[in-house]
Design a protein around this ligand. Structure first.
Ligand SMILES: [Zn+2]
Length: 228
């Protein structure tokens, strides 16, 4: 059985609703918002304007509107770590909110000025972060094509796993991925899952061979053809 318990400790939706969706840290340029353990009231809707109840919200400025009548039917799985192979340092969250200090590590010089985002990020411990409403267009796929349709950002939801291309992922990450994937398929007309490597094969290799698509497939309970 796939557990969906990993998400319940880190929800900020009630605050999100009351504060007009602003969670950008105010203490300093590189301070992440505090953890807000919170019991989710069962009366709270799972989704609110594209924001997921069980995610830790940190809004990114890197998003835009989806084209009118977008059919949000693709979930794109990525992996990222900054610098590559270093986990749990908050740099990905800073990158997605344009707060990364480009001088903090030599690797960052190679991505200086990059403005990107994903809808979701799953840390090595299974913590789920959300940066962009799923109703909006996040900037995760870049030049891409899936099933003959270009610009996957227009119609996809991007999930970043904290990790390294070709390396394995944690059980806690799969648990969270199952939970958010199930929540997404219940809310949006998701017809397919793909890796970044599948929609931009000339440029990208993530999540890579270390990601177990069969594990996800077994737990999300969708037909084989939905997965790579
Ligand atoms: Zn990617």
């Amino acid at each position: 059985m796939c557990k969906q318990t990993a998400l319940t400790m880190h929800t900020v939706l009630p605050e999100m609703a009351s504060r007009g969706l602003s969670t950008v840290p105010s203490v300093g340029p590189c301070v992440l918002p505090p953890e807000v353990p919170h019991e989710v009231p069962t009366s709270t809707p799972l989704w609110h304007n594209g924001w997921y109840r069980c995610a830790r919200i940190l809004e990114s400025p890197n998003f835009g509107p989806r084209p009118k009548l977008s059919h949000i039917d693709l979930v794109v799985v990525h992996c990222i770590s900054l610098p590559p192979g270093a986990y749990g340092n908050g740099h990905v969250q800073r990158l997605f909110t344009n707060q990364l200090d480009w001088d903090a590590h030599p690797y960052f010089q190679s991505i200086q000025g990059l403005q990107v985002s994903a809808h979701f990020f799953i840390s090595r411990t299974g913590e789920l972060w959300q940066f962009v409403s799923c109703d909006a267009r996040a900037w995760h796929a870049g030049q891409s094509v899936f099933g003959g349709r270009h610009n996957c950002n227009d119609y996809s939801i991007g999930i970043e796993l904290e990790g390294t291309e070709g390396h394995c992922f944690e059980v806690a990450q799969y648990d969270t991925l199952y939970a958010i994937s199930t929540a997404l398929t219940s809310q949006y007309p998701v017809a397919c899952f793909a890796g970044h490597e599948h929609i931009a094969p000339d440029r990208k290799k993530d999540p890579g061979a270390g990601f177990d698509w069969l594990k996800l497939q077994r737990c999300v309970a969708l037909p084989d053809k939905v997965f790579p």
